[in-house]
Design a protein around this ligand. Structure first.
Ligand code: ADP
Ligand code: MG
Length: 240
């Protein structure tokens, strides 16, 4: 459902073009949950932005849910993101002026529809935030914000879910709850998920783990255990 072929991404820094991604090819199939790991600065977030159509690849092809992103207008990409893609990102996350409830409802509002009755409330309840439904992001902890973002994708049931460090601000127990919920989304028919994580225990719950170093995919493990993931990460980390 996600296909990337030879994706390059450069940014202009001053007068220079700095290439961050050097030809990434990958595939995430229906009902798959795939993790992306790699040292800080290796290009994980940039890769997610390119796959989600938030940034244009400089070169190469990205196909998401059957749509080739190249040549699509900003408006077309935005429409696709609203209707088919779900995000749990550090940035591009909650709308600060909206309450928790409204943030969960947002994908429906943007699509011009209404969520099924009680869905928003039930979803916030499931992530333990029923009492906080009228709170705005600025009054919430990082972990609470992450749970609102989770509630939003749970209510939305996106076809393709992108999550960047979705358990980063959570304790082990809540991290487990989030991971289980993401797994349920990813493993549903017609859906999948790509998850950036630093946590070998999170990666070990994924179907495959892709390792990025300096903007290149250098390794892939299928159904690894946490120890194998940790060993691979150590091998990839400079100075380790
Ligand atoms: P990761 O998520 O793996 O930590 P990023 O994708 O955030 O890595 O960043 C990869 C590299 O790209 C870093 O060196 C970062 O400084 C650089 N980078 C990211 N965004 C931009 C940008 N908008 N302009 C210039 N450089 C960028
Ligand atoms: Mg990042």
């Amino acid at each position: 459902m996600i296909g990337a072929a030879g994706v390059h991404k450069s940014y202009e820094v001053g007068r220079d073009q700095v290439e961050i991604l050097h030809g990434i090819s990958l595939e995430v199939r229906e009902t798959e949950m795939v993790a992306v790991m790699g040292p800080s600065g290796s290009g994980k977030s940039t890769l997610m932005y390119c796959l989600a159509g938030l940034e244009d690849a400089t070169q190469g092809q990205v196909v998401v849910n059957g749509v080739d992103l190249a040549g699509r207008s900003r408006a077309e990409l935005a429409k696709m993101r609203r209707s088919e893609l779900g995000f749990m990102f550090q940035s591009y996350n909650l709308v600060p002026t909206l309450t928790a409830s409204e943030n969960v409802e947002l994908p429906y509002l943007l699509a011009g529809t209404k969520p099924p009755k009680d869905l928003v409330r039930e979803t916030l309840e499931q992530v333990g935030l029923d009492e906080r439904r009228d709170a705005r992001p600025s009054s919430m902890s990082g972990g609470e914000q992450q749970r609102v973002a989770l509630a939003r994708v749970m209510a939305q049931q996106p076809k393709v879910l992108f999550a960047d460090e979705p358990t980063g601000a959570l304790d082990t127990r809540m991290g487990g709850i989030v991971l289980e919920a993401l797994g349920r989304i990813a493993h549903s028919p017609g859906q999948c998920a790509l998850i950036v994580t630093h946590d070998p225990n999170v990666a070990a719950e994924c179907d495959r783990v892709l390792f990025l170093r300096d903007g290149r995919l250098v390794q892939e493990l299928t159904r690894p255990d946490a120890a194998a993931v940790a060993a691979q990460l150590t091998a990839l980390t400079p100075g380790a």
